[in-house]
Design a protein around this ligand. Sequence first.
Ligand SMILES: Cc1cc2nc3c(=O)[nH]c(=O)nc-3n(C[C@H](O)[C@H](O)[C@H](O)COP(=O)(O)OP(=O)(O)OC[C@H]3O[C@@H](n4cnc5c(N)ncnc54)[C@H](O)[C@@H]3O)c2cc1C
Length: 570
Amino acid sequence: MNESGRATLTGLGLGTVAVLLYRRWMRELPCPNAPTSSNPTKQGFSIKVASSHWDVIVIGSGVGGLTAAALLAKEGKKVLVLEQHDIAGGNLHTFTEKGYEFDTGLHYVGGKIGNKKSPLRRQLDYVTDGQVEWERMDDVYDVAIVDDERFNFHSDWTVLKSELKQKFPQECTAIDAFFGLVSKTTQLFPVFIVLKRLPGPIFRLCLRFFSSSLGIFAKTTKEVLESITSNPKLTGVLSYAYGDYGETPSRGAFAMHSLIYTHYEGGAYYPVGGPLKVATSIIEVIEKWNGKVFVRAPVSSILIDDRNRAIGVEVKGKQIFANTIISSVGAPSTFGKLLPAKHQGLVSPIIEAMKNDKIASNMTLMSMFVGINDPDGSLDLPKQNLWIYSSWELDANMDKFKEDFKKPASFFISFSSAKDPTYKTRNPGKQVALVIGPGFFDHVENFQNKRVKHRGDEYEAIKKEWENMFMDVLLKEFPFLRDRIDFVEFGTALSNDFYLGTHRGAVYGLAHTPERFLQQWLRPKTPISNLYLTGQDVCSCGIGGALIGGYLCAYDVSPKCFLRTASLLG
Ligand SMILES: Cc1cc2nc3c(=O)[nH]c(=O)nc-3n(C[C@H](O)[C@H](O)[C@H](O)COP(=O)(O)OP(=O)(O)OC[C@H]3O[C@@H](n4cnc5c(N)ncnc54)[C@H](O)[C@@H]3O)c2cc1C
């Protein structure tokens, strides 16, 4: 055999060995166990876990934390999830009062999740082992209302656009332009996320070089809408869904607004069995892969060694060690609260950036939970959400509310008992309504240091005023509920801090403004070795956004996980 023949043979041999080694490295690990606990979302923290060394500790058990945990557990890593509340799931958690089961932070999910082949569904199925089914809501999934004028948001954009054009016959071009920009911006979003991972100067150069397309990421919803229409009512109507990410049109990023529109194109869905079913299913996967999820485990600090590496966490005075620490509790709490003061200098540019009012969230949500008596199960409630505003001037509504807590800016009404086909069998004779509205931490700040449920008469009186206003709105839309209301509970920004461990009630994390999206440090890898972020601050809020945050985080921790699951990204 001549020289070149030998070289070809050697090349082939090496190539074959490389392929075999790669396939061995990437082989599916056999799933070691059946789930270990009978009530996965309620496993109380045991001090015994402190004696083990873990590969990964995840702080917080929202969808972002659980997703990262499940992905890494499936890679064979020994994973521990620590949750401060007495139930796991974060915004996926539900609670039961007087026999009524209430959801908290999931009222609809889009992303064509009803279709088993859609990327979002495949991503979720991977971390739940396909245990969650999704019920489609009405074709008109959202209705936006001012006074008695209603705008239906139909999952079929042809119908949606045609109905909008009937209501605004002079604005057909603007409506087409809006939906065109929404689609284009959503398509660019993954490109933008990838570019953000490049070194800072290259990222900025890309922004400048491709400014004609990427420039949209620096724009607010209001700026974009004002460039295509001068009709303030149309601007208000097209901005109606800002409540899904918490920033009014003058602050909110058009990129985020676009994501919300396209997310629900094709339909909105609700998990069969309720949102807790999602959390339970992911935890079962974590347990199958030898991981643990403990509640009543408030992490008080992240341990940093003398080489500035994250090496563990402290819970109830006990230190627990791990090679990798993942925080799902948001950047402000991670860097400003859990990182010991003496190490905060390591992230001082981030702490400084978060002081910017355009990056810190200044809005929270308040929720009224209503139990409805329905002894014979005959009440027919809609499988859609209502968004009710005092006027189409959405920014002005919010400004007025900020000044005067008695003038709420908007209301969102939803009936989870109507959306979940198993609700009535699981909770016979009961239905529930949830009314949500924006809130400001400033309105309740004075009461933050008082004990939960004992915050005093003044706080109770303010809450009662809000409750009455929320109830009036619910009964105006659904007067037949008046004699059926059996239970009411009202939660403010302080409830969010207590039950969800939020920072100043900011349930959506950092503000979804253009300034936020341009922050390069908002990604899983932090400046501190072995410390990563997951959840809604990584990419965006929303169940889908936090789930993607979990995937991106797991990819940074384990490149193998990326190779194994990249096809799920769609
Ligand atoms: C009222 C409301 C309605 C919503 N409706 C929808 C909707 O219909 N559709 C949708 O897609 N999205 C919705 N969202 C948004 C969505 O729920 C969130 O964006 C998403 O769940 C965030 O997930 P996460 O994992 O980032 O954080 P979270 O779910 O907030 O989880 C963080 C967890 O960390 C825990 N924690 C905090 N501090 C500590 C600590 N020190 N130690 C241990 N644990 C800690 C918290 O208790 C919490 O469980 C809604 C949100 C709210 C508040």
